[in-house]
Design a protein around this ligand. Structure first.
Ligand SMILES: Nc1ncnc2c1ncn2[C@@H]1O[C@H](COP(=O)(O)OP(=O)(O)OP(=O)(O)O)[C@@H](O)[C@H]1O
Ligand SMILES: [Mg+2]
Length: 261
């Protein structure tokens, strides 16, 4: 398999420091690892060397916005390669409103609001006692956090999101709060239809197979959590190319590619 990582700002011949261990280990395991100047992607495709072997390309790096991902795809195609994940498929797992439509029965109820709607009155209509506020991709992990009890507090969350994250991506996703047992959350990767668990001998729950059946993307992550009533729930789906390893060792992550060529 061929993997592309963002190049380091300080040393463009090396992968960005954050991804160096993973990139080195993949390379040692026999995969092809090349680099991309991801600073270019907000405005134009990056120039890559012609791809003559292992033409299917997997991106591993920071989350990309839709224009950035489109430029990533163009960079690959211009070099005669083929992205494992098209822009459409990337957004199908990266953007909450897209994956929510497919698995709404398996994850907390969610309403999607545009940036110019009257959030306060929309939240009041729901009659929920607590709300978890995200944009299309992320929650607010610092400052006041994403959990609010009063609809009017949404304004503060959005202001802080803009301050800490620079922008609101897409729009707002307001999720009904469920009684999750936080320490039970577990990330799974689904690669070419096959779910993988952090520990290869653990039993993979049915809910992960259900996601693998319903979601039509080559590589995505599935975060599963126990609710206090014993029910397993999906916290989040994500594109696998931009998912952190949370809980996974680099070696275990590399192992899943062994059988998937
Ligand atoms: N609807 C909800 N009800 C209760 N808790 C929630 C809800 N949604 C999210 N959480 C809690 O908040 C955490 C972060 O949520 P989520 O993964 O959706 O945001 P994120 O910004 O992608 O965070 P991370 O980077 O940790 O994945 C979850 O791990 C879960 O514990
Ligand atoms: Mg998450």
């Amino acid at each position: 398999m061929r993997f592309v990582y963002p190049q380091s700002f300080l040393n463009p011949r090396q992968p960005d420091e954050i991804f160096q261990d993973e990139a080195t280990a993949l390379s040692k395991a026999g995969h092809i690892v090349t680099l991309i100047d991801s600073e270019k992607l907000p405005t134009e495709p990056a120039t890559l060397k012609s791809i003559t072997s292992e033409k299917t390309v997997v991106y591993r790096g920071w989350m990309l916005s839709p224009p950035e991902y489109k430029n990533f795809v163009l960079s690959i195609e211009n070099a005669d390669g083929l992205p494992l994940t098209t822009t459409e498929k990337y957004l199908s797992t990266h953007y909450l409103p897209n994956w929510y439509q497919i698995i709404s029965d398996l994850t907390p109820e969610t309403i999607v609001l545009s940036l110019d709607s009257d959030w306060n009155s929309e939240l009041k209509k729901m009659g929920w006692s607590k709300f978890f506020v995200k944009d299309y991709v992320k929650s607010l992990k610092t400052s006041v956090g994403s959990l609010i009890e009063s609809p009017e507090d949404i304004q503060t969350v959005v202001t802080e999101m803009k301050k800490y994250r620079g922008t609101i991506e897409g729009g707002l996703c307001i999720r009904r709060v469920e009684n999750f047992l936080v320490e039970t959350e577990q990330r799974y990767f689904v690669l070419k239809g096959q779910p993988h668990c952090v520990n290869p001998t653990d039993k993979i729950p049915d809910i992960v197979f259900e996601c693998a059946k319903r979601i039509n993307s080559q590589f995505f992550s599935v975060d599963v959590i126990h609710r206090a009533d014993g029910q397993l729930r999906i916290v989040e789906i994500g594109d696998g190319q931009v998912s952190d390893l949370v809980g996974w060792s680099v070696q275990r992550f590399i192992d899943i590619w062994e059988t998937a060529t």
